[in-house]
Design a protein around this ligand. Structure first.
Ligand SMILES: C[S@@+](CC[C@H](N)C(=O)[O-])C[C@H]1O[C@@H](n2cnc3c(N)ncnc32)[C@H](O)[C@@H]1O
Length: 225
């Protein structure tokens, strides 16, 4: 039995974007939505095998899709309460393939070089300024095995609107345009053989603290080392 944990307060000045969500009170479904259709399609169609790392996995919106295909998955997040929900939501038969680890993705990742066949990261990388994004990307490259695969998304032109119509923006979060993000991703993933797809979220409720309507354009990147 895993212990129940408290929600983690955001510290945006330290790049901790946890939104103060109490995952223990959010029910079974992911607070980040049912999953983007293009991301789900990619997860379904692409070859995913071996040992995978799900970075900033949250309460596990895509984690089961990864677990069904990979040999094993480490789901990580800075918020232990999100990981606790992810673990409890995972069907028993997949738990032997799952490990959860709590850490900050802006620090050196706690794994040796060439540890993973794949790294997956959605809904998080757009939160960080260029310098931090580049250091996270460097770490992803380091922990990937030769010929390993990264699947990431990067949200741009973000709009969050609270129920009373106010725009929400997180303290130190940058505002990337689609064009800026494309240029950045091309540069940062130039060592990979990569494909970029464009998609968008038209309007979705995110059960942050408080809840808000969310829309954005985003890039999906599949990069082979
Ligand atoms: C919008 S949610 C996305 C969750 C999940 N990847 C998904 O697509 O549903 C962003 C996640 O990033 C995590 N996070 C924020 N700052 C972090 C940091 N510095 N290190 C690790 N995780 C972080 C949050 O706790 C949250 O679970």
């Amino acid at each position: 039995m895993r212990r129940v944990t408290k929600p983690l307060k955001p510290r945006e000045d330290r790049y901790i974007f946890t939104e103060g969500v109490n995952y223990l009170k959010t029910g079974k479904a992911s607070i980040w939505g049912s999953g983007d259709k293009d991301t789900l399609k990619i997860l379904k169609e692409l070859k995913i095998r071996g040992r995978w790392l799900n970075l900033a996995a949250g309460d596990g919106r895509y984690n089961l899709d990864l677990l069904k295909k990979a040999d094993s998955v480490i789901a990580s997040d800075i918020d232990e309460s999100a990981l606790s929900k992810l673990w409890h939501n995972t069907p028993e038969r997949y738990k032997p393939k799952l490990e959860t680890r709590e850490f900050d993705i802006t620090k050196k990742l706690p794994f040796k070089d060439s540890s993973f066949d794949g790294v997956f990261c959605t809904g998080a990388l757009h939160l960080f300024p260029i310098k931090v994004f580049k250091s996270i990307s460097y770490e992803i490259f380091r922990v990937l095995k030769p010929r390993g695969r990264a699947i990431i998304d990067f949200a741009t032109d973000i709009r969050r609107v609270s129920p009373d119509g106010k725009r929400i923006k997180f303290g130190t979060e940058p505002s990337y345009s689609l064009k800026e993000a494309k240029t950045l991703l091309k540069e940062v993933f130039s060592n990979y053989k990569s494909r970029m797809y464009e998609s968008k979220v038209s309007e979705e409720i995110k059960k942050g603290n408080p809840s808000y309507k969310f829309s954005c354009n985003f890039i999906l990147l599949v990069a082979d080392k």
